[in-house]
Design a protein around this ligand. Structure first.
Ligand SMILES: [Zn+2]
Ligand SMILES: [Zn+2]
Ligand SMILES: [Zn+2]
Ligand SMILES: [Zn+2]
Ligand SMILES: [Zn+2]
Length: 286
């Protein structure tokens, strides 16, 4: 079978390599050999053949860990071999998924597990095979968010108004802080877009760590207009704050206070300094 390497676009012959194994492209990336078209899409455990829930991480019959791949449409994790993405419906058949080489960086959550390069929809991201978290560099995060924001706006316009909002945020776990896999500094934990409910770990200089399914949920939030909702909320809060300030100022001036107390203060403290200097001159230098 010939499959295209997403990194260098070369065609790679998988030869006799079985589905699920990897072959090396000349550019160095390891490419996961997909199942043939005849078996693709069947949601059966690759070890025992039992039917499995595509969301499951383990086969409930034989406990084999089920490999997931990342949907290039929505970055949701889907069971390897699925025909369509269960989140966004994107056709996955024949789409090449690359499980690339180890990087020198370690998973911030599992510590010893190396991150591996994975190319999804032209974005080179790094993934931990154990916890399925994703490390995405700063530029790529910005690019993905921008693209999904535009996509969402276009869909909204096409739908003539309302889109269903993103699914209710999962309960956030507030456990220990993680270290950036690049610079090893503690990362900031933030609620993406302030209101998404997805707690991500950010190194301002290098990138963002998304635990399993978090990138998918973030992009879903962005596509549903979440950033616009958040901006509106922030603007409303600011507006309320400004109104409060204006109210306070007009209260003060109603009670006869000056509108610019700082300049008055500065005048007084300036006079005071001159007064102290005079006093010093009088006491010590006479
Ligand atoms: Zn290649
Ligand atoms: Zn099984
Ligand atoms: Zn998808
Ligand atoms: Zn991990
Ligand atoms: Zn960093």
């Amino acid at each position: 079978m010939l499959i295209a390497c997403l990194k260098c676009k070369r065609h790679v012959d998988t030869g006799q390599a079985p589905a699920g194994s990897t072959v090396k492209c000349a550019c160095g990336l390891s490419i996961l050999v997909p199942e043939g078209p005849s078996t693709a899409g069947k949601m059966n455990c690759p070890a025992c053949g039992a039917p499995v829930d595509p969301k499951a991480q383990k086969c409930q019959f034989c406990s084999t860990a089920l490999a997931t791949v990342i949907c290039p449409g929505c970055f949701g994790a889907v069971f390897y071999g699925a025909k369509h993405c269960l989140h966004c419906g994107e056709a996955l058949e024949g789409r090449v998924v690359i499980h690339g080489d180890e990087t020198e960086r370690k998973c911030p959550r599992c510590r010893e597990e190396p991150l591996r390069v994975e190319v999804v929809a032209e974005a080179a991201i790094e993934r931990c095979n154990r916890c399925e978290g994703l490390w995405v560099d700063r530029e790529t995060v910005e690019r993905l968010v921008k693209r999904h924001r535009e996509d969402g706006a276009a869909r909204l316009a096409a739908a003539g108004g309302q889109l269903p909002t993103a699914a209710a945020p999962l309960k956030a776990t507030a456990d220990g802080y993680l270290r950036c896999p690049v610079c090893n500094q503690l990362m900031w934990r933030q609620n993406f877009g302030k209101i998404s409910g997805v707690l991500i770990d950010v190194c301002r200089a290098h990138g963002t760590w998304f635990d399993r399914d978090e990138l998918h949920r973030v992009l879903e939030f962005v596509r549903s207009g979440g950033l616009e909702r958040s901006a509106r909320k922030t603007r409303d809060l600011l507006e309320a704050e400004v109104q409060q300030l204006q109210q306070r100022v007009s209260n003060l001036s109603a009670r006869g206070h000056t509108l610019f107390p700082e300049s008055q203060d500065r005048l007084q403290s300036g006079n005071l300094a001159v007064g102290i200097a005079d006093w010093f001159l009088n006491v010590f230098l006479k």
